[in-house]
Design a protein around this ligand. Structure first.
Ligand code: AQP
Length: 349
């Protein structure tokens, strides 16, 4: 069996400002993995444009969001000297490999993707081909670096399974060509999802059954990394709850999606267990709990927001990080794309 050098890849869409779901579900894990692995963290701008421009705000807003997401990565603790940070569209091999993978992936596999169904909603015929093809581009993002580990939130599990299926099928379809080109019995690794961390599925503050999402039309549904103290307090005060007091034990949260979500957010931000949070607040009203949750959130997020503001005022630094990252990323991606051309029978440029 082929051995692959461990390498981490992950990314976020610059559709809007990042929120605590992105932070707790993925970025905290990214930062941790930098200590033990080589990591590549991408701002996936080609994914952002798979939805209508009204969702991501049009070109001026997209340019701003690419830089803001970059600033968020750095402000949260991704070190651009240690890890590679860049935006997807500056490395054309992502789109190039996605085309080859379009010819490997099967229609039936994509028809099962639940995120497409959720994002396309009832008007599926009107969704873009890009939105449908999103998971194939995501597989190319990962595999153009032959990455082995992908830290993501729970919602991306199915897309990772598809990336594994594509890697497997490519290795199988081209097995003899892979061997003939000196790559042994497999060219692509089957990337492993790393769904870990304090809160792998943070829910909307307005509806505990819906994932917190950048593109939710209601800003009250999420806490953005750039929200100020008053906005955070207001959003938490207005977060949906139920009329019962908080329970003292975790089993009392069953069937109470909103309460469970707020307790989970509190625990994750304060680096505590949900049990210890309930031991403190169980039996009490939501108002005291919400006030303390707002304080915990402000303590954690204010330094990130202030560093993001500083970085956004230094556009040349942020652009420099992206340029340097794209060069480092391309050095790997162009080699992989060259190998893929040899394996498939395309001529190298
Ligand atoms: N609510 C969440 N809880 C935990 N993790 C989450 N992630 C997103 N939402 C939550 C994780 O953040 C990473 C980046 O996701 P993305 O930007 O590629 O797109 P997404 O998963 O579709 O996230 P959003 O916020 O819902 O974005 P929009 O609205 O733009 O589509 C991923 O690792 C994801 O798991």
């Amino acid at each position: 069996m082929a051995q692959f050098k461990p390498l981490v890849f992950s990314g976020m869409q610059p559709t809007h400002t990042l929120h605590i779901g992105n932070y707790l579900g993925a970025i905290l894990n990214w930062i941790r993995m930098q200590q033990t692995h080589d990591c590549i963290y991408c701002v996936v701008d080609l994914h952002a444009i798979t939805q209508a421009p009204s969702v991501w705000g049009g070109p001026t807003q997209l340019r701003r969001a690419i830089r803001e997401v970059t600033a968020a990565y750095i402000a949260c603790g991704v070190d651009p000297k240690k890890s590679v940070i860049f935006n997807q569209s500056q490395v054309p091999e992502h789109a190039e490999l996605a085309w080859v993978f379009n010819c490997v992936a099967r229609l039936g596999w994509l028809n099962r993707m639940t995120q497409f169904k959720e994002k396309a909603g009832k008007d599926r015929e009107n969704a873009s081909i890009g939105l449908y093809d999103y998971p194939v581009l995501m597989a190319a993002d990962i595999l153009v670096y032959r990455a082995t580990h992908v830290p993501v939130g729970e919602d991306q599990k199915q897309h990772l399974e598809l990336a594994r299926d594509i890697a497997k099928k490519f290795n199988l379809d081209f097995a003899s060509d892979i061997a003939a080109n000196g790559h042994g019995d497999a060219y692509f690794p089957e990337p492993e999802p790393m769904i870990q961390g304090p809160a792998t599925r943070v829910m909307s503050l307005r509806d505990g059954t819906k994932k917190m999402s950048k593109s939710d039309p209601s800003d009250l549904s999420r806490i953005n990394l750039t929200d100020d103290a008053d906005t955070i307090a207001q959003k938490i005060r207005r977060a949906k709850t139920d009329p019962e007091p908080l329970p003292s034990e975790a089993k009392g949260l069953e069937g109470r999606a909103e309460a469970e979500n707020l307790v989970g957010i509190f625990a994750a931000l304060a680096d505590r267990s949900p049990e210890s949070v309930l031991a403190q607040y169980g039996g009490g009203q939501f108002s005291t709990f919400k006030q303390d949750l707002a304080d915990v959130a402000v303590t954690k997020l204010a330094p990130i927001a202030s560093e993001m503001r500083r970085l956004m005022d230094d556009q040349s630094y942020v652009d420099g990080v992206l340029r340097d990252g794209a060069q480092r990323a391309r050095a790997i991606a162009s080699g992989v794309m060259g190998d893929v051309k040899d394996i498939v029978g395309l001529l190298r440029s």
